[in-house]
Design a protein around this ligand. Structure first.
Ligand code: F0G
Length: 344
């Protein structure tokens, strides 16, 4: 049967109201890509759940199909979110599809180019807030409490319902849950969703390794971070809305939440790209955390099946790459110049 999107595929498992009117861009159904070199190095079976292959380039589309479908069915005309970029692009795309007005608030100057361009291309009204993601989220929460505008951040329970489908897909592909699941943690909606999904699906419960960026690691430090900083701007969040649930998920699953430095995150990004999978920096945090744990001898994954969730595509944040090298060399357009340049 032709694939018709997540809500159709998993509807019996999703707690969505009867008024929900499906809005889909055929999100989900993303591949679990084997990583033979990394697997050899770590002595395990390592697979990447490549969420960058969703319609707007990140996992946010899973929750957004659910949140926008519910909002449309209830008669909402306008939706809003605060975002470090990916939620903004996703909300804008699904709103465009549904014919809704979308407004997105982003932290000024801290959103990667591919995400901002996406939000604008899909027709969102984009507002920069002089402050952090956390400040922007506070504003949209107040606005949605006082007006009929629908909130589509992951505080919206239907976002979590949609995002549970990633756990279902992994279990369907592997016929059971993996031995470990590693993923980045920002506002903590995704780790909450995976844990809820695995619990509901009853194909096993993997320990979850949640990874924050060291400069934005409130769940590791045990207190909010007023001025979060990291090159992984997607997870530049100091007060995660679902922080308590994230800690619970890590603890109940037998996993943990740790931090990785920006350098470690960039190194992990390079390793993944070196095996053909280019992800945005935040999306490499899961691997960075896993490598830290394994190399320090705190985690042994020998012979185990490990799934790394790579949440967004590398194309989302091209400048992190292009600013790290000099412009490619230029030669004259003749064969001898090419041979000389290549040293042949
Ligand atoms: N990875 C990417 C690429 C993200 O964009 C985000 C969050 C996360 C990981 C963390 O997920 O918040 O559920 O813990 N991005 C949000 C946004 C905050 O606005 O796009 P989380």
């Amino acid at each position: 049967m032709a694939y018709t999107g997540l809500l159709n595929r998993y509807r019996p498992f999703l707690n969505l109201p009867a008024h929900t009117k499906t809005v889909s861009l055929l999100e989900g159904d993303t591949p679990l890509i084997p990583m033979p070199r990394l697997s050899r190095e770590l002595n395990c079976e390592l697979l990447v759940k490549f969420e960058g292959l969703n319609p707007t380039g990140s996992f946010k589309d899973r929750g957004m199909t659910a949140a926008i479908s519910e909002a449309l069915g209830r008669g909402a005309q306008t939706v809003i979110c605060a975002s470090t970029g990916n939620t903004a692009a996703s909300a804008a795309a699904y709103s465009a599809r549904a014919g809704l007005r979308s407004i997105v608030l982003i932290p000024a100057g801290k959103v990667a180019a591919g995400k901002l361009a996406g939000a604008i291309a899909y027709g969102a009204e984009v507002i920069q807030v002089q402050g952090s993601f956390d400040d922007a989220l506070t504003l949209v929460v107040e606005l949605t409490q006082k007006t009929p505008i629908a909130l589509v951040n992951s505080i919206n329970p239907f976002r979590i319902e949609g995002q549970k489908t990633a756990a279902f897909e992994i279990c369907d592909a592997l016929l059971s849950a993996p031995d470990w699941l590693c993923l980045p943690v920002g506002n903590a909606g995704n780790i909450t969703s995976y844990w809820a999904g695995f619990q509901q699906y009853q194909k096993g419960l993997p320990p979850i390794l949640g990874v924050q960026a060291a400069g934005s690691a409130p769940l590791v430090l045990g207190h909010p971070v007023e001025n979060p900083e990291t090159i992984a701007t997607a997870i530049r969040i100091g007060k995660p809305a679902r922080g308590e649930q994230a800690l619970e998920a890590a603890q109940q699953s037998g996993g943990k939440i740790i931090a990785a430095s920006d350098d470690e995150i960039l190194a992990a990004q390079k390793i993944l790209a070196g095996e053909g999978v280019w992800v945005e920096p935040a999306s490499a945090a899961g691997l960075a955390g896993l490598l830290n744990e394994v190399r320090a001898g705190r985690l042994d994954v020998k012979g185990q099946r490990v799934v790394i969730v790579c949440t967004g595509h590398g194309l989302k944040d091209p400048s992190i790459i292009t600013e790290s090298f000099l412009a490619p060399r230029a030669i004259q357009a003749n064969y001898d110049a090419l041979l000389a340049e290549l040293g042949l």
